[in-house]
Design a protein around this ligand. Sequence first.
Ligand code: SAM
Length: 300
Amino acid sequence: LRDQVTQKLVEPKFSRSVWFTDRDENIALSIRHKGDRVFREKSPYQTVEIFDTYAYGKMLTVDNVVMCTEKDENAYHEMIVHVPMLLNPDIRRVLVIGGGDGGSVREILRHPQVEAVTMVEIDEVVVRASRQYLPSLSHALDDPKLNLIIGDGIRFMQAAASEAYDLIVIDSSDPVGPSEGLFSPSFYEQAHRCLKPGGVMTAQSESPRFNHAAFVDLVQCLRSIFGRDYVHCYLAFIPTYPTGMWSFTYSSKGGADPIRGFDRKRAAAFAAQENLQYYNADIHPAAFCLPTFVKNMLNG
Ligand code: SAM
């Protein structure tokens, strides 16, 4: 018996398991998957892979960084989209930069008043892989209201008409490689120009704990362009991103305050009707309550 117990303790429980590790200099997140990757292709921009994981379903990675998983993507996509959408029932024209998995477009198109969505994703491989292996995210990419452009979001924004959009969603990867310019002041100056008066931009703004320099720089940059009172940070819990604590920024071109302008009844009815899994009328204002260390980062 003692031998059996010793053997159990020594042998790892999952001896044939395979682990994907999203590794930084100092921390790492490992997720066990079912063997060989389901998809792998090196595009001119990055290596795009899909794994079938035990805990989170299919998982899209770019250059070894988790982009989204079937199981927890709803937190990210619902929060980046419904926070601005439920503040303004008149959002009709929307631009998404990045977002090749289709999750943001899916959430935007839940709102029937939306007339047109343009999505600019630099890498057709992300779109192709998502269409094939992540249909629960990508199904809205075939919607007739969507104009899908494969191209560089930075160039697109430079050439786009002024005051063309009610909402711009920056659904980018981390600020390295093709995404780097999506974190620059000149890009956000262009985004501000392309918003209608009163329009809103939401952006994923990294983890305050893990990537605090990128987070703080982005918020400072947005404050200098949109005005301090028009930039608001909010948080969501996303287990497969480093630290699990993820931030978004809500920046408006002189428009509604994200809490005072909030119609709780409408948000509650929408969340119930659409069977949303993360966003609800309680989370909306609560997400803007920041822990002290995050407030200190932004006010320091
Ligand atoms: N939820 C994700 C996260 O925070 O990790 C973002 C996912 S989404 C797949 C990010 C997308 O931005 C990638 O598909 C990437 O190809 C795209 N992207 C990066 N740089 C871009 C650029 N300059 N223009 C347009 N899309 C870009």
